[in-house]
Unconditional design. Sequence first.
Length: 391
Amino acid sequence: MKNVLISGASMAGTTLAYWLREHGFTPTVVERATDVREGGYKVDIRGAALDVVERMGLLEKIRALRTDVRTGSVVDGEGRQVASMDGDSFGGRVHQDAELHRGDLARLLHEATDGVEYIFGDSIAAIDGTRVTFAGGLVRDFDLVIGADGLHSNTRALVFGPEERFVHDMGYNISIFSVPNHLGLDREELTYVGPGRTALLYSTRQDTGAKAMFLWAAARKTGDRAEQQQALAEAYRGSGWEVPRLLEAMTGAPDFYFDSMSQVRMDTWHAGPVALVGDAAYCASPASGQGTSLALVGAYVLAAELKRAGGDHTIAFPAYEARMRSFVEANQALGTANIKRMVLSSRSQVRLSMLMLRLVGLLPGKDRIMAKVVAPIHRAATAIDLPACSP
């Protein structure tokens, strides 16, 4: 049996561990964090990814954990409702797509891999062929190494080269953190749009508090937490609605997250016995709404191709790329298009968008209009034929 080291207990890493074990491999997962990562933003599982979790026997559990966001509304600077629709339409969900908290999905996937070896609180320091040196000093030999360690992948840097060669900034930043539910939202999502900046606030069935998310046009920003929070505050200075109050909560937020909106683009996702999966290989950015689905599908396909090739990575890795490449490109294109609709560049664009939203809400055929809006999301989410999954 092939021993496979997976770097990162991510959606992709844990799903890959599940399917590799199903196919007779022996996976080991190393994770920098000291435990499974809880919390996080809500994520969507769409299209082909629904088939993956159903084949894992997790679909009903996932449906039971859905956020149950009932309505989504756009508000103006005074908090007045401009347009409102049901939560699934607002989130672009169709055909039984499921939305749940990232932490809930991480827990479900981890439970499904009970018995798999996990090494928490450690990471890969060096890779020499198939000999891996861990940051904690341990040295072990594996047959294959898979990087599932996200946008800022350490595995990718060690084997393929520096991040700046592959991570492409889209010109926007994102920040997410927990806030008090001072508006008393009940499974609702509110969005405020200003020129070059968008703010969201939502509550879900499982959360007594709320989450705030900020998307704004900006050059890529690095720095420590204090510098990031200063950049966020400066970007939203003078904003209306509840933005000032939401920003007050960021200083004490235990889960403050800040990063650039970026995509990973690589000519190849494998080098010798090392391959990449999920965001490490083909991050489509949060704007795509497809990061989790790409991770689930990519892990499933990689494991299936390794099984089909009898563990021969020289056959399996190119086959994995061939099957995934057009699916990845479709979903990355979705992210590039979506961000321009999520963050409007000028006051005139904001005014026109608000006017159009008001008009759509008054039209008798608004359901047909919304179906056309979400159709590209569904096409991208289903743009792949999954291989069989039998062990």
